[in-house]
Ligand binder design. Structure first.
Ligand SMILES: Cc1ncc(COP(=O)(O)O)c(C=O)c1O
Length: 403
């Protein structure tokens, strides 16, 4: 059986932009610095003060892409040699994003940025278009269609709880939905008699049509909603979100796409996907501060949603999606980091990022797939894959490996 070091060895130290699923850790940056006697102040002084590494120039990418990525790594505050491979849970913020986030905290804690001293700029009251607008532009939506919430789980619950369904009404989702995707519907099933139908996805799928046929086979006259991940949490399979939403519309079903893993991996245009609802989480692949969900509610679809959390403005239907971002006091500084994350992504460049993610996926797939006993779950080619590479080693003791 492979141990953690051997797996990292197979992948090689060069396969290291963010993705995949483990971290090799022998001490934090601070511990390492303290041990070497280098630690003189707090982490703010050590990490963010002094000369910061410059972003690598575009010309370097043109000349030598590997050198570009190696240079870009300096934007992260990892200890030299540290491998972080778990963007699927949480990405690490690079320096410009940390800076914007921390600057916002330092500014807001002076308590002078609004005229009303009662109003520390709290996210959780108000519409915050200054932050919603760049996000809406980034995902191909109108500002009124975006609610900034605290994570994907919250958005997934808001939609499942918010829709009026009768006992016997049916919801279709896939076996590969995250626990936060399935559980709100299972709760609704137990509490209100809504029926959940789970479609088992092939691993990997052979074609888009094969997936659509499975949804169609699960549809009945009582089906009201279809929910599917854009990239599944279990195997990293990229599902045909647009085709699923087309099929849902043709059959008068509401469509809800869980795109938790999508923002930051590849560009999205929600109007083109044509869903009624979409949730995505920038703290994974877009590298924003932790604790943000971007919930999209198609114009016209917000009126049929009840709020899960109610405070002043809960029934202000004119505010569309913003009604669902009134949830009580939270710091707005995270959102300053979100806008910086969008800027960082644009600076590096969407094409480059997507190409790099796909290259590293192909590299991991080739290396891991060649190991004795490996059963590759990720599909061949690029149609159903992105940053997550899924491979099984039957008999492998995963919890032990993760320790
Ligand atoms: C597909 C999917 N949906 C939802 C979630 C929940 O995300 P969060 O912890 O941000 O609520 C995850 C977490 O990994 C996920 O992979």
């Amino acid at each position: 059986m492979l141990n953690r070091r051997e797996v990292l060895g197979i992948l090689g130290a060069t396969a290291v932009l963010p993705p995949l699923a483990w971290a090799e850790r022998t001490g934090t940056l601070a511990e390492t610095q303290a041990a070497s006697g280098a630690r003189t102040g707090g982490l703010i002084e050590e990490v963010l003060c002094g000369t910061q590494p410059a972003m690598p120039p575009d010309a370097l990418y043109t000349r030598d892409p590997e050198a570009y990525w190696a240079e870009l790594r300096k934007q992260w505050i990892f200890r030299p040699g540290f491998l972080y491979l778990n963007n699927g849970t949480n990405g690490s913020c690079p320096r410009p994003i940390l800076r914007a986030y921390i600057e916002s905290i330092l500014k807001e804690e002076q308590m002078e940025s609004t005229e009303d001293s009662e109003l520390y700029p709290l996210w959780g009251y108000g519409n915050w278009d200054v932050y919603r607008k760049p996000v809406a532009d980034f995902v191909g939506a109108k500002v009124e269609e975006i609610a900034l919430v605290r994570n994907a789980t919250e958005g997934l619950n808001y939609i499942a709880n918010g829709l009026d369904l009768k006992p016997g009404d049916e919801v279709i989702y896939t076996d590969e939905e995250h626990g936060s995707g399935k559980s709100p519907w299972l709760l609704k099933q137990k509490r209100y008699g809504v029926v959940v139908r789970e479609v088992t996805l092939p691993k990997p799928p052979a074609s888009k049509q094969q997936i659509l046929d499975l949804f169609e086979a699960a549809r009945t006259p009582r089906t009201k909603v279809v929910m599917a991940s854009h990239i599944t949490t279990m195997t990293g399979c990229v599902l045909p979100a647009r085709e699923i939403c087309d099929w849902a519309r043709q059959n008068y079903l509401l469509s809800f796409i869980d795109g938790a893993h999508v923002i930051g991996q590849f560009p999205i245009n929600l109007h083109e996907i044509g869903c009624d609802f979409y949730i995505t989480t920038p703290h994974k692949w877009l590298l924003s501060p932790k604790g943000i969900g971007v919930l999209y509610i198609r114009e016209g679809a917000s009126d049929q949603l009840w709020n899960t959390i109610a405070t002043g403005g809960w029934d202000d239907y004119k505010s569309h999606a913003a009604r669902l971002m009134q949830f009580g006091s939270t710091s707005v500084c995270i959102l300053a980091g979100l806008v910086a994350a969008i800027d960082f992504w644009k600076t590096v460049g969407p094409d480059r990022i997507e190409r790099r993610i796909r290259e590293l996926h192909a590299y991991a797939k080739a290396k891991l797939g060649a190991q004795p006993g490996a059963v590759m779950i990720s599909g061949p080619g690029t149609e159903f894959t992105a940053g997550i590479c899924s491979v099984e080693f039957p008999g492998f003791d995963r919890p032990k490996f993760q320790q």
